[in-house]
Design a protein around this ligand. Structure first.
Ligand SMILES: NCCC[C@H](NC(=O)CCC(=O)O)C(=O)O
Length: 448
């Protein structure tokens, strides 16, 4: 281990994974709200992807799911009595609230936080800011536990700095790394941090979407950049095209992905594409010919096909300096325009040389693809050695987590099951054991 690398930390799908139509503006979430879910299959699909990446030689970590249904939130909202009584009352009087506090949405760890690697920060530590996720109630309750799990995973304050989430108000709406990409030569060198926002909160004259919410503001990204101690000329901001948000692109990672010297994005992704390109090339500096701007034209793949297939919600991974592999969901293979485009892409002269397909249907049906499920953390060798080793995927952990899923997870879940006190019991028992497997300590309220 001599050079820095990029680790992926995937969210392990929790035992209450279900489809409740909670995310206005997210087409899959709204369309699948009547479906029953399969938490066991969901967790195993995620584990299979994690194991495959570990087997390919990438550093792969696991982030634990949160305590759900979240009884402390129901108590905060006025329900009282025993846990079973609270579940029963919530199911009767506020079923959508019960669904919200039962969501396994923390699986999408691209939304867990924004991470700045040590090559970029003023104190040369890796900085983490959990995302407040204020736009959706069910996600706004994630950041505290997310912060605790990140601190239990990246423990050593010599290497890692943890900030609290930004103020939980729309002006600072923050969706984390789903709207953040880092470009660099080597992962350990200083890079360019690219922040994409949906609207300017304090400028009502600036463009913003009309139909669906812009979840992430410019002001949130600027605050994160200040906290992380980033240099102004290493930071680029770009506004998402409001029209694509209105078409269902609720996060920028549904329409663009970047890695090292490659930016792979759709023609319609940004409000001002020419400016985005110019700003990135200026920040990149000399050797501009090394930077790959791979723009997918709408004539080849319409925006609707991007949303249906999640083409851009892929993981773009470096196998060596000039060789990248793209990890895509099965939906890409089933979309003729997308699949034809991908075949031509890998034959062309971009650094992307291979496409690998993974079945992530359980997560995809709530609008989460391969990229949503992972948080990227670029690490130097010394930082890598400082991570909690119990969270790193390998043969033994894969085996152990599969047995753990078999022991605790159901293979079918309907909205009505969320009121079952047995589900709460199963979920807490599972997480209690998981904190031992991953050596996290007591990160959940029920353990305190
Ligand atoms: N990065 C992908 C995030 C997907 C997530 N979906 C959800 O929360 C849907 C949950 C439901 O509808 O049951 C979201 O929209 O934030």
């Amino acid at each position: 281990m001599h050079t820095a690398t990029e680790a992926n930390f995937d969210g392990l799908v929790g035992p209450t994974h279900n489809y409740s139509g909670l995310s206005f503006g997210n087409v899959a979430s709204l369309n699948n709200s009547a479906q029953s879910s399969n938490p066991k299959a969901a967790a195993k699909q995620g584990l299979t992807k994690m194991k495959a990446l570990a087997d390919m030689g990438f550093v792969q970590g696991v982030l634990a799911p949160h305590e759900r249904p979240h009884i402390p939130t129901l108590r905060r909202l006025g329900f009282s009595g025993s846990d079973a009584n609270i579940l029963q009352q919530a199911a009767k009087h506020a079923p959508k609230l019960l669904a919200a506090v039962s969501s396994a949405s923390c699986m999408w760890t691209a939304n867990a936080a924004t991470v700045s690697p040590s090559g970029d920060t003023s104190d040369n530590r890796v900085h983490f800011t959990p995302a407040n996720l204020v736009n959706k109630f069910h996600r706004s309750i994630e950041h505290q536990t997310t912060g605790a799990i990140l601190q239990a995973t990246f423990k050593d304050d010599k290497h890692f700095a943890h900030h609290p989430a930004l103020p939980s108000v729309e002006h600072f709406g923050d969706e984390g790394a789903a709207n953040h990409t880092r470009f660099c030569h080597d992962y350990g060198e200083q890079g360019i941090e690219f922040f994409v926002y949906g609207m300017e909160a304090f400028n009502s004259k600036a463009p913003r979407p009309a139909k669906f919410p812009a979840r992430h503001t410019l002001e949130a990204s600027q605050a994160v950049a200040r906290h992380h101690g980033l240099l102004a000329d290493q930071v680029v901001y770009a506004q998402q095209n409001p029209a694509v948000i209105d078409a269902g692109v609720f996060h920028n990672d549904v329409i663009a992905v970047g890695n090292r010297n490659a930016h792979f994005y759709h023609q319609d992704a940004f409000l001002d594409t020419a400016k985005m390109k110019q700003d990135l090339l200026t920040a990149w500096g000399d050797r501009a010919s090394d930077f790959h701007l791979i723009e997918v034209p709408r004539s080849a793949v319409p925006v609707a096909d991007c949303i249906q297939s999640y083409l851009f919600n892929s993981q773009l991974l470096s196998r060596s300096d000039k060789d990248m592999v793209l990890i895509v969901p099965g939906e890409c293979e089933n979309n003729p325009a997308v699949w034809a485009y991908l075949q031509s892409l890998i034959k062309g002269n971009s650094p992307i040389n291979e496409v690998q397909v993974f079945d992530l249907k359980q997560s995809m049906s709530n609008g989460g693809g391969p990229a949503c499920l992972r948080l990227r953390v670029a690490l130097t060798p010394a930082e890598q050695r400082a991570i909690n080793p119990a969270t790193l995927m390998n043969d033994a952990l894969f085996e152990r987590l599969n047995c753990w899923v078999d022991k605790y997870y159901r293979d079918e879940l309907h909205e009505k099951d969320l009121a079952d006190p047995q589900l709460l019991h199963e979920s807490r028992s599972a997480l209690d054991e998981l904190t031992q497997i991953l050596a996290l300590g007591s990160v959940y309220e029920f353990q305190q």
